[in-house]
Design a protein around this ligand. Structure first.
Ligand code: MN
Ligand code: MN
Length: 266
């Protein structure tokens, strides 16, 4: 399979700080920087699996923005590629999952994040980066939702999760082993909010929550997945908060591994 690398520089649905709009081009340059090779840990040259790039400019209004994201992802899938999207804030995952549903029906989702993003609305916005999985569950885009790395869960979100059978896991030392991998079978989608990692590994995020996953934890989780994903996104890098590109490089590592996984022909 080939992969379409998509960049959605949208951060106006963020509740606190702006910055993630700058992330897609930065992750892209780190990914192809001469400082490291373009090979994944499994030995795939990820440069060779990317069949197209699409980093559209984002319209002013959020409703138009969701439409553009949906169309770009649809287009990628129609071309026979699997979409890997770079955010932007986490609000982009809802329109992406709508496009994924159109092609695959409801999918199983591995969601790495410090936050469940299951608010019904946040500061009056139902499409905030705090809400994408509430919208996606309501729209029946998701079969099983498994969240890992959670450290900031409100009672309302816990109640919403219970209603929709969402698996909520923290970032304990045995987080990798706790995951019910049997729920993460094909068709599998992976969404990674970089604040799911500990700020020691990923300081460049808008909402840092100490006590998170390590980079190696996330790589170990990837290894335990049986089905290759049919799509993925990496979101919430805030270059304004980053230190020496540390978080951008973690994003680059994860994107490299995701590109290799997405290229698996199954
Ligand atoms: Mn988060
Ligand atoms: Mn998130």
């Amino acid at each position: 399979m080939t992969v379409a690398l998509l960049g959605f520089g949208w951060d106006k649905s963020s509740s606190y700080a702006r910055g993630p709009a700058l992330a897609p081009t930065i992750i892209r340059s780190v990914l192809f920087s001469d400082a490291s090779s373009t090979y994944s840990l499994s030995g795939v040259n990820v440069r060779e699996v990317i069949s197209s790039f699409n980093f559209p400019s984002m319209p002013e209004h959020v409703d138009d923005c969701r439409k553009v994201i949906r169309e770009v992802v649809n287009e990628a899938i129609d071309s026979g590629a699997r979409p890997l999207s770079l955010g932007g804030d986490h609000s982009i995952s809802y329109p992406i999952l709508c496009a994924i549903k159109q092609a695959y029906g409801p999918v199983n989702v591995l969601h790495i994040d410090a936050h469940p993003d299951l608010y019904d609305e946040f500061e009056g916005d139902r499409y905030s980066h705090a809400c994408p999985f509430a919208r996606a569950l309501e729209a029946n885009c998701i079969q099983n939702l498994v969240q890992v790395g959670l450290r900031s869960v409100s009672p309302a979100q816990r109640a919403f999760a219970r209603k929709h059978d969402v698996v909520m896991l923290g970032a304990d030392a045995n987080a990798v082993e706790q995951i019910p991998y049997a729920k993460l079978v094909a068709p599998l989608y992976i969404t990674i909010d970089l604040d799911g990692l500990d700020p020691a590994f990923a300081p460049g995020v808008s909402h840092p929550e100490p006590g998170g996953l390590s980079t190696r934890d996330v790589l170990s989780i990837f290894k335990k997945l049986e089905a290759p994903p049919i799509g993925a996104d990496v979101v919430e890098l805030n270059p304004e908060k980053d230190v020496n590109l540390a978080t951008a490089m973690v994003a680059g590592r994860l994107v490299k591994e995701l590109l290799a996984m997405l290229s698996i022909n199954r």
